[in-house]
Design a binder for this molecule. Structure first.
Ligand SMILES: C[S@@+](CC[C@H](N)C(=O)[O-])C[C@H]1O[C@@H](n2cnc3c(N)ncnc32)[C@H](O)[C@@H]1O
Length: 285
């Protein structure tokens, strides 16, 4: 299959994430409780403190932008940017419910940031960079909009083998349909899984003091059925694969996914491992 143009990738991302925005809102509380540790890690890695002006890339429904807004306080501010208006609408509702007036959300593309050079004190981004058509270009954009002597912190998925949470359904879908071998350069969940890859792109963009850490954790579900439904509700790339199965195949695949997830039961919870690559970089002063 011919590779998609950058414009096609961006339009596909916009449609995909708008489509699942309702699912993100439905499961918001659960995933906030399960994955807040990643937001805290990003806020720490980006050296956020009161008064800073922060840009969060691919904010979706507000992670980690909302925590960042709480940390920078009334004298600071956060802008969350994303392609998908419906994801941002959910983020805005949460910020209003929390009475946060220092965070704003706007649509835009991370590869062409609509901001002046040297206009932010920090950048955070969770689970977005691997979906971009041109990551080196985005790295250059991040370097451009940051002020000198500031930090950026990114979270991206590590390898499938270390992420049963995501790998289980993909493997099971592959039992029913033949998927083309993954193009390592194509945007997707595991595009930045390889150690050193994002680091090299950030180096190329002029960042220094770059560190990379594989952060291990798990997502815990009371029931395997909740795992299945939540993932299908929020994971747009997996939904796209799922849509290629016939209804009968979906029924069979769902049973297999639930059965496989059950094997991760640990006491009262099904604990599905995740591995997240945390990359932190310093724009020189
Ligand atoms: C998996 S979601 C992550 C959302 C949020 N950061 C989180 O961790 O919960 C990926 C988000 O990246 C956004 N995205 C993908 N490509 C983008 C681009 N080129 N510019 C801006 N946002 C983009 C999508 O619209 C989507 O909301």
């Amino acid at each position: 299959m011919a590779s998609l143009s950058p414009e096609q990738v961006i339009e596909g991302q916009r449609q995909d994430w708008n489509r699942v925005a309702g699912g993100w809102e439905k499961w918001d509380r659960f995933f906030d409780e399960q994955m807040a540790f990643l937001n805290h890690r990003l806020v720490g890695d980006a050296r956020l403190r009161a008064g800073l002006r922060v840009l969060d890339l691919g904010s979706g429904t507000g992670y980690p932008a909302i925590l960042a807004a709480q940390v920078v306080g009334a004298n600071g501010s956060v802008v969350g940017i994303d392609l998908a208006q419906q994801m941002l609408d959910a983020a805005g509702r949460k910020a209003s419910a929390l009475k946060l007036s220092n965070v704003t959300f706007r649509t835009g593309d991370v590869t062409t940031l609509p901001f002046e050079s040297a206009s932010f004190d920090a950048v955070t981004t969770r689970f977005c960079l691997m979906f971009l058509p041109d990551i080196p270009k985005a790295a250059a954009e991040i370097a451009r909009i940051l002020k000198p002597d500031t930090w950026m912190a990114a979270a991206v998925w590590s390898t499938p083998e270390k992420n049963p949470y995501l790998k289980i359904p993909i493997d099971i879908i592959k039992q029913f349909i033949e998927l083309p071998p993954p193009d390592p350069a194509a945007p997707g969940i595991f595009r930045l899984a390889k150690p050193g890859e994002l680091v090299a792109m950030l180096q190329q963009a002029g960042f220094i003091d770059i560190s990379e850490h594989e952060f291990l954790g798990d997502v815990r579900f009371a029931e395997a059925g909740d795992y299945f439904s939540s993932l299908m509700d929020i994971a747009a790339p997996i939904q796209n694969l799922w849509a290629q199965l016939s209804p009968a195949q979906q029924t069979d695949a769902k049973q297999r996914i639930i059965h496989t997830a059950e094997q991760y039961r640990n006491g009262s919870a099904i604990a599905l491992p995740i591995a997240v690559r945390m990359v932190t970089a310093h724009k020189p002063g």
